[in-house]
Design a protein around this ligand. Structure first.
Ligand code: PRX
Length: 635
């Protein structure tokens, strides 16, 4: 099962890359043939910076491309989804079954009054119904907004309200680490503040679920009366396929909007170039569908290519650390795509768990979400891949739709360097620049930028053009700036060094420090808060909060207050934002213009040299923080 059979010579790859940048219209026009279109585009690209329209006036349906077209081929009875529950239960759904269920659920949505262009919120565990719901929305041109099921009621409500979703699709509970998490309670709380939601559909997993008459419906019941087939509605190529919220530098999450045509072409082609998938493959991307990796490489790209995917509900190390390896062995997974934080966690359990399983089906090992440190790379390569499988480090973002910097292992066996995502992908003109936009020489750290539009690029932020322009196109004029630091080495390999803004990367998830600070100061005990990221062996980075308490809370029990604040953050934002440490201080280091010097806080927590302090307003704030840190260590 070698993908090497399909390799093209390096010279040819470079020619393709050159053509894609020189003549993007010709190149992407040819690539777009990977999909079935109801109407061909009039123009491949209309670029009015910073707004790109791909495949102008083309019409297509994303669901048709992921489902219908396969049932006309020998893929009809092939497994589309191999679903594994945390308790080991397994269900295999063929493309034909998926087609049936998607059709029926699309009809359910229609019966609930959902029309093309309406927004539908999806708040679900990793169960096949989540993918079915996404595809059913796409079938009728409704725009889905998936909210990660680990988010709290407030976070869910905020996203539903921004998108003005009409219908919410959810489940009464999810299973995680042997526990049942009651989603229904969270949903009920969120819906108290979501006036746009008319109906909620529950995948019922608990027999005593109580539904609100006239608002809540059971998925199963609605499916019984639904039609077996409804026509997929062809939409304009630039019709939004989905909105996905991600963290930014201000308190409010950003609603990233992706198009139908450009996004589908880009994710499908990057899937092919990165992995070279074929009918022998069983592809397992461990990401949750609540994140972009789940959208692009659990649902849309693999299904557009008719690939068999694994979907797993639960923790990959539960009920024992061998769970992930057992699934690979049982289902003959050929490509594994996971995050460095997961690899580092699995490393702590030791090699035995891996060695007890037959992982000989694996052919490529993928990594995403943060830079992969050399130790984790080596372990992944040597212990998991037995030195046979290339490590495919893919750099990208919610906004980029698909991989941006990655080794195109599906078509070229390029030499890898541990920790580098290698080169900008086909059709991506990337560079490293200083803050004024000047290109930097080899090995100089600077901002990563992309100088050209590509089909997977976001088409905007939901109802917020101004923020779109400011967040991505102002820092380096006329270039897309993902706000990551990087260097390019003497061989042209790109090395991503981490965020270049006030956003943390916790276990591969983006958490805006401003968002977390905003939550903390909304608690009645808190006057001011500053959040920074502290390096962590497993999660890469963890949030640390410095908090100034309101006067009447100074005498309160600090331990209890900390616990209360942690609980409050968990409930308001979700467990992924839980501060690792909370420190109570009386002052925070600030500049004379009143800006919190997070850089100084970070150095203090790392016990590093503080650097230039010429702009600090009050030096005593540093002593204050130092003292609290000392006390914290001895407590
Ligand atoms: O900082 C980069 C980091 O994750 C950010 C994007 O986060 P998100 O939109 O949540 O999407 C995550 C999955 C695509 C980037 O700006 N990042 C992502 N992949 C890598 C990475 N950093 C280094 N190497 C990567 N392979």
């Amino acid at each position: 099962m070698k993908s090497g059979d399909k390799y093209i010579p390096l010279k040819k790859l470079n020619e393709i890359k050159e053509l894609a940048l020189k003549n993007p219209e010709k190149f992407w026009g040819e690539q777009a043939r990977c999909l079935d279109w109801n109407k061909t585009w009039d123009k491949v690209l209309e670029w009015k910076p910073p707004y790109a329209k791909w495949f102008v006036n083309g019409r297509l349906n994303a669901c048709y491309n992921c489902v219908d077209r396969h049932i006309l081929t020998s893929k009809r009875n092939k497994a589309a989804i191999i679903w594994v529950a945390e308790n080991g239960d397994t269900k295999i759904m063929t493309y034909y079954e998926l087609y049936r269920k998607v059709n029926k659920f699309a009809n359910v949505l229609q019966n609930l009054g959902v029309e093309t262009g309406d927004r539908v919120a999806i708040y679900m565990p990793m169960i096949p119904e989540a993918a079915i719901a996404m595809l059913a929305c796409a079938r009728i041109g409704a725009i889905h907004t998936v909210v990660f099921s680990g988010f709290s009621a407030d976070a869910l409500a905020e996203r539903i309200n921004d998108a003005q979703a009409k219908v919410l699709i959810t489940s009464d509970l999810l299973y995680r680490r042997g526990k049942k998490i009651n989603l229904k309670n969270i949903v009920d709380k969120a819906l108290l503040n979501c006036p746009t939601i008319n109906h909620t559909v529950y995948v019922k997993r608990n027999s005593d679920l109580k539904l609100v008459e006239g608002r809540d419906y059971s998925w199963e019941e609605l499916m019984k009366g639904a039609k077996n087939y409804i026509d997929p509605i062809p939409v304009d190529s630039n019709h939004p396929l989905f909105i996905l919220y991600t963290s930014g530098t201000t308190g409010k999450p950003k609603g990233v909007v992706h198009s139908t045509g450009g996004y589908m072409v880009y994710t499908t082609k990057t899937m092919e170039w990165t992995w070279g998938v074929n009918d022998m493959d069983v592809f397992w991307c461990t990401a949750d569908i609540g994140w972009i990796t789940g959208h692009s490489y659990v649902v849309y790209a693999p299904l557009a290519l008719g690939t068999t995917i694994v979907m797993y509900e639960g923790a990959i190390d539960y009920p024992n650390p061998g769970r992930i390896w057992e699934i690979i062995e049982n289902h003959g997974v050929t490509i594994l795509y996971t995050a460095p934080t997961a690899i580092r966690m699995l490393m702590t359990y030791g090699e035995e768990w891996v060695k007890n399983h037959d992982l000989s089906t694996l052919r490529i090992l993928g990594s995403v979400g943060e830079p992969i440190n050399p130790r984790a790379w080596k372990w992944y390569y040597e212990v998991v891949g037995n030195r046979r499988c290339p490590i495919c480090d893919c750099y990208w973002q919610t906004e980029t739709g698909g991989h941006i910097i990655y080794p195109p292992i599906g078509i070229q066996n390029i030499p890898l360097k541990p920790g580098s995502a290698t080169f900008p992908g086909i059709g991506i003109d990337a560079d490293i620049v200083d803050e004024s936009g000047n290109s930097l020489p080899a090995n100089k750290k600077g901002l990563l930028i992309i100088k050209n539009p590509w089909p997977g690029m976001l088409i905007g932020l939901w109802k917020n053009n101004k923020r779109y322009e400011e967040a991505y196109w102002k820092r380096v004029p006329n270039c897309y700036c993902p706000s990551d630091y990087a260097i390019k080495d003497e061989d042209g390999y790109f090395w991503i060094l981490g965020r270049a803004d006030e956003v943390l990367n916790v276990a591969g998830h983006r958490i805006g420090t401003a968002e977390l600070e905003h939550v903390l100061v909304s608690h009645h005990a808190v006057a001011e808060a500053a959040v920074i990221g502290k390096p962590d062996d497993i999660k890469g980075e963890v949030p640390v909060a410095f908090v100034i308490l309101n006067k009447n809370f100074h005498d309160k029990n600090k331990k209890e207050l900390k616990e209360e604040l942690i609980k409050y953050v968990k409930e308001t934002m979700g467990p992924i934002a839980t501060p690792h440490m909370i420190l109570f201080v009386n002052k925070l280091p600030k500049t004379r213009s009143g800006k919190i010097m997070r850089r100084v806080l970070k150095k203090l927590i790392m016990s590093e040299e503080l650097g230039d302090l010429s702009t600090i307003e009050d030096n005593t704030s540093i002593e204050e923080v130092k003292k609290e840190l000392m006390d914290f260590e001895y407590r």
